[in-house]
Design a protein around this ligand. Structure first.
Ligand code: XLS
Ligand code: CA
Ligand code: CA
Length: 430
């Protein structure tokens, strides 16, 4: 496969970027600095596109047979793929990079061997690790959870896997370490001690944080919310739930959120809502850029093509001043019927162009100023007088009652949703 180049909006070549121009400057930073695209090892290099009704449709053994040979060939393909797509970061689970051994010890050793291999590949290409994580959900021992398993032995195995994955992340210079809840949740409260499980989850996160800091990890720990699937109820339901949990356990200084678009919609929120919730709490960490299918209602992990969603995401990111230790990881896979390597390239090109166009439109919206001006003006009553006293905490309920009784006339102004939506469309399609 040839390197993918930027050809501009006039190009009809679907194997070229029309919007993603890595060095193009937006608000004082290059596109590649803003977007920090990352490849997901699991979907891109491991998934053979099977679904729960049938086998995979795309071979991912890379012409090899022995498990460690496959692991190395997978890495070789992955680094070539990222280089061709101008992607500078990647993300992995321990189980994506190295095969399972006969014992836990052997499995962890395999991870160590592959970390050495990846370190060399990173040096050769300049490609960096965005975040690492441990898979504590796919093995059958995790059927009832990992840190929230009813078995203390399984809790211990989880700790060993997390320790190894943190070590791998540090060794490879990753700036983030992700906890996606996996099977941390329940299918029925009839068999669940929710109080113990939640406290154990906090204990595991605390131990991991303490170990990571002791071992020299300077990046951010990320929690990735998801409301359901595989369990009926996942404890890390949505951003607000996670923030409350992290604050309750004194973890909010070390942890931020890794927000996935598909998980936001599963939780009944917009993607923007989840990002905004993290942003206003100073806990926006990283993004898993994908999208779901609203009619299917499960985690379909599709490549993002929705320009509105991408635009709103980028608006929030620009307002947040960017992602420090995070980036935009394509937690996305091609559809089962898109069973060629070319489809995989086209999926990434689609996703990267969607976000590149999204940031260009977000910049236009900010520069246009009408939306921001409208919102600022809508809340102007808090800028002076009694409103200012409210936000400064300089009044009380008695004074407010007295003030309210003296009001002669109240105006309730239009929220102008349609006007605002027209402005968005004007700027989107100009
Ligand atoms: C699964 C999650 C997972 C995390 C990493 O739904 O999206 O892939 O991103 O464990
Ligand atoms: Ca994800
Ligand atoms: Ca997902």
């Amino acid at each position: 496969m040839k390197p993918i180049e930027f050809e501009g909006v006039k190009s009809k070549n679907t194997m070229a970027f029309r919007h993603y121009n890595p060095t193009e400057m937006i608000q004082g930073k290059s596109m590649k600095e803003h977007l920090k695209f990352a490849m997901s090892y699991w979907h891109t290099l491991c998934s053979g596109l099977c679904d729960m009704f049938g086998e995979g449709t795309l071979e991912k053994t890379y012409g090899k047979h022995a498990p460690m040979d496959i692991a190395r060939a997978k890495a070789d393909f992955g680094f070539e793929f990222m280089k061709n797509l101008k992607i500078e970061y990647y993300c992995f689970h321990d189980t994506d990079i190295a095969p399972k051994g006969d014992t836990l010890g052997e499995t962890l050793e395999n991870v160590g061997v592959m970390v050495e291999y990846l370190a060399v590949k990173q040096k050769q290409t300049g490609i960096k690790l965005l975040w690492g994580t441990a898979d504590a959900f796919s093995d059958k021992m995790f059927m009832a959870g990992a840190a929230t398993s009813p078995s203390a032995d399984i809790f211990a195995v989880t700790a060993a896997k997390i320790k190894t994955a943190i070590d791998a992340t540090i060794k490879l210079g990753g700036t983030g370490y992700v906890f996606w809840g996996g099977r941390e949740g329940y299918d029925t409260l009839l068999n669940t001690d929710m109080e113990l499980e939640l406290n154990n989850l906090a204990r595991m996160l605390t131990m991991a944080r303490d170990y990571g800091r002791k071992a020299g990890f300077k990046g951010d720990f990320f929690i990735e919310p998801k409301p359901k699937e595989p369990t009926k109820h996942q404890y890390d339901f949505d951003t607000a739930t996670c923030i409350g949990f992290l604050k309750a356990h004194g973890l909010d200084k070390d942890f931020k959120l890794n927000i996935e678009a598909n998980h936001a919609t599963l939780a009944g929120h917009t993607f923007r809502h989840e990002i905004a919730t993290a942003r206003i709490n100073n806990m926006l960490g990283s993004i898993d850029a994908n999208q779901g299918d609203m009619l299917l209602g499960w985690d379909t992990d599709q490549f993002p093509s929705d320009i509105y969603e991408a635009t709103y995401c980028m608006l929030e990111l620009l307002k947040a001043g960017g992602l420090k230790n995070g980036g935009l990881n394509f937690d996305a896979k091609a559809r089962r019927q898109s069973n060629t390597i070319k489809d995989l390239y086209q999926g990434y090109i689609l996703g990267m162009d969607t976000y590149a166009l999204g940031i260009k439109i977000a910049d236009r919206i900010i520069k246009d100023g009408r939306i921001d001006d409208f919102v600022a003006n809508r809340y102007k009553s808090y800028k002076s007088g009694i409103g200012q006293k409210i936000v400064k905490g300089e009044t009380n309920i008695e004074e407010l009652t007295k003030y309210a009784l003296d009001i002669k006339h109240i105006t309730v102004e239009s929220g102008k949703q349609e006007y605002l939506e027209s402005i968005i469309n004007q700027l989107m399609f100009c």
